[in-house]
Design a protein around this ligand. Structure first.
Ligand code: ADP
Length: 159
């Protein structure tokens, strides 16, 4: 039984994240989408809001669960008996940071492996930051995020 963890900020979850989640759900027995709570990034949505949205949009996948963690990723992985970290790669610009993270995690625990999945090309430009930027100006994000996220963004940026 292979458990994989897909960690991230998910502030908020986008169609790009969802693509990685659905592809992972086909390849691993069990996938935990884990929201990092102690991120240095300033977030728009609270951890509870981010988890709620992730739960709604992943409800169709029976082997996907949503959780959050505030300790070191490798320690969280051990606590969940998970051996694989999933990360998505969009562009060369993601590579350096991801290499650093994967190398650090390997140094901390070499039983844990990071697997990278290439973005679906239709989402290669898509990030949570871009989505927030567009929504802030009340433009449509319907092609970029699932409907519940679009609704939540509309409420956040209500004029
Ligand atoms: P973090 O703050 O940890 O980078 P994000 O929520 O921004 O968290 O991203 C989580 C993971 O999802 C990262 O591996 C990121 O590269 C990946 N990701 C984000 N957007 C996309 C996308 N459009 N296509 C593929 N992977 C993506």
């Amino acid at each position: 039984m292979v458990t994989a963890v897909y960690p991230g900020s998910f502030d908020p979850v986008t169609n790009g994240h969802l693509d990685i989640i659905s592809r992972s759900a086909k390849r691993f027995d069990h996938v935990i989408v884990a929201v990092l709570t102690n991120s240095s990034k300033q977030s728009l949505f609270s951890v509870e809001e981010r988890k709620q949205l992730l739960q709604e949009v992943t409800a169709e996948f029976s082997n996907v669960v949503v959780d959050s963690f505030d300790n070191l990723l490798v320690d969280y992985m051990v606590s969940q008996q998970a051996s694989i970290i999933i990360r998505g790669l969009r562009a060369v610009s993601d590579f350096e940071y991801e290499l650093q993270m994967a190398s650090t995690n390997r140094t901390l625990n070499d039983e844990i492996e990071t697997f990278f999945m290439m973005t679906n090309p239709i989402y290669s430009f898509l990030s949570s930051s871009i989505v927030k930027e567009i929504a802030r100006y009340h433009a449509s994000v319907s092609e970029l995020v699932p409907a519940p996220v679009e609704q939540a963004l509309r409420l956040k940026f209500k004029p």
